[in-house]
Design a protein around this ligand. Structure first.
Ligand SMILES: Cc1cc2nc3c(=O)[nH]c(=O)nc-3n(C[C@H](O)[C@H](O)[C@H](O)COP(=O)(O)OP(=O)(O)OC[C@H]3O[C@@H](n4cnc5c(N)ncnc54)[C@H](O)[C@@H]3O)c2cc1C
Length: 156
């Protein structure tokens, strides 16, 4: 994927498309190059580890909702409560947390919950990857697409 991004530096990442396609349909934004993340398997799975729940940035919210249904939900009640309230089933079947943070809407539901949970993001680039607490990441978006970058003292 990073090779493709290097070859197409103007490419826009496409996850569920529920924000990007609104921009396309309603604001008539045109994307010369869209790079789908669907084939990046690492982004498409969730994983329960001993002391953490790892959510791939490309996991549809409906899948996350199923994962947190029942007993598991008690471990992350805030997230389990948010998901059924997030838009409609149709949107949740496509929408992802990666896209929610990527859009950086000031009224987005993902960031406040992740902040409250003390979540960390794994940021990846061709140069490597690092984990950064959500509170240390600035999302300088206008609600139509952010460029997440670490900020604050602990970011290296
Ligand atoms: C009818 C409707 C109702 C909605 N209701 C809600 C709601 O209740 N609450 C809410 O918060 N939002 C809502 N939204 C907005 C939208 O559904 C969410 O922001 C959703 O989480 C976006 O995810 P996506 O995968 O569809 O993003 P996409 O549209 O695929 O991408 C959005 C942005 O994020 C970038 N991006 C995507 N994946 C990544 C990644 N892995 N890394 C870096 N950048 C990435 C893209 O390049 C793009 O700039 C709604 C939208 C619609 C159309």
């Amino acid at each position: 994927m990073f090779e493709l991004l290097a070859r197409h530096p103007d490419a826009v990442l496409l996850s569920g498309g529920t924000d990007l396609m609104v921009s396309s349909n309603q604001r008539h934004v045109r994307y010369p190059t869209l790079l789908s993340l669907a084939a990046v398997s690492e982004l498409q799975r969730v994983e329960w580890r001993a002391a953490e729940f790892v959510i791939g940035a490309g996991v549809p919210l409906s899948q996350l909702e199923r994962e947190l249904h029942g007993e598991r939900g008690a471990e992350l009640p805030l997230l389990a409560q948010l998901l059924p309230l997030f838009s409609s089933r149709l949107i949740r079947n496509r929408a992802t947390l990666g896209g929610n943070l990527g859009t950086a809407s000031p009224i987005g539901d993902g960031a406040p919950v992740l902040l409250a949970l003390g979540a960390e993001l794994t940021l990846a680039s061709a140069g490597g990857r690092r984990r950064v607490p959500v509170r240390r990441v600035s999302l300088p978006g206008d609600g139509h697409g952010a460029h997440p970058r670490p900020c604050g003292r602990t970011a290296r």
